[in-house]
Write a new protein. Structure first.
Length: 282
């Protein structure tokens, strides 16, 4: 019974932002492994080839389209062609980024702000609008999943555009869930914490967790792309048919951890050594 609920056989799932070998590629592979026909979209053909290889590696089926998800015309053309593969069941909107442009608000340029908001938030709107119209025409319902961020649930100093765009994505997702629910279309979001991806590695990320990184996450490790992909699989599957308008934080527990806690998970302003001894045995 559980296998029937988790399978995606006979369903077409669009993964917008599938390239690059990171979260989107993992989602494409996991969806293919669950039996879906995967329609992979990405703006870069070389990055997209990694998604094709991932789908093929599990014996999956699918096709790919080079599309800029900020282009309404490009999205419409791609989704029209995808619908010829069969009824669309799901959309996973992964496309987004930070551009590694750390800067205080007072020196953030208008251009940098617009670039991040267009890539993260406007693309969420455009992909949802395009696919939702197709789902409404089909009358089949479906599942839309946005990859948000824990930065959209809390503050991100020196990354205001990214944080604001991800928070906007969450608000947009909830509104879409209410508007589309009567048509059987579910809309949810997964909010990853810090995840090791090829893009992170390009910006100097190391391959091993430092003690400081482990201490910041209750489960004592940073995430992997598959951690996010498995959560998305759940939201695409029939295990989640009564879930909509929700944000699932997949972050090792970091969003539940107040910033004033020390490495021992006690507030840094607690100086009672007797308490620490009682709790930790010395």
């Amino acid at each position: 019974m559980i296998g029937e609920l988790t399978g995606l056989e006979g369903r077409t799932v669009i993964v917008a932002g599938a390239g690059g070998g990171g979260i989107g590629t993992a989602i494409a592979r996991v969806a293919a492994e669950a039996g879906a026909t995967v329609a992979s979209l990405d703006v870069d053909a070389a990055r997209l080839a990694l998604a094709d290889e991932a789908v093929a590696s599990v014996g999956g089926t699918g096709r790919s389209w080079v599309v800029d998800v900020r282009s309404p015309e490009g999205l419409h053309e791609a989704v029209t062609e995808i619908s010829e593969l069969g009824p669309i069941h799901g959309l996973v909107h992964v496309a987004g980024g930070f551009f590694n442009k750390w800067a205080p608000i007072v020196s953030t340029s208008t251009e940098a702000w617009d670039d991040v908001v267009r890539l993260n938030l406007q693309s969420a709107f455009l992909t949802t609008r395009t696919v939702a119209n197709r789902l409404l025409e089909q009358g089949t319902g479906g599942s839309i999943v946005h990859i948000a961020s824990v930065s959209g649930l809390t503050a991100m100093p020196f990354g205001a555009a990214y944080s604001a765009s991800k928070a906007g994505m969450i608000a947009f997702m909830r509104t879409a869930a209410l508007e589309l629910g009567s048509a059987g279309i579910r809309v949810n979001a997964v909010a990853p914490g810090t995840v090791r991806t090829p893009r992170a590695a390009e910006s100097g990320d190391t391959t091993e967790d430092t003690p400081e990184e482990r201490a910041a996450v209750p489960l004592q490790r940073r995430g992997a792309p598959d951690d996010i992909a498995h959560a998305v699989w759940f939201l695409l599957s029939d295990l989640s048919t009564w879930i909509t308008g929700q944000v699932l934080a997949v972050d090792g527990g970091s969003s539940a951890r107040p910033s004033f806690l020390g490495g021992d998970n006690l507030p840094v302003f607690v100086h009672d050594d007797g308490l620490r001894e009682r709790l930790f045995g010395g």
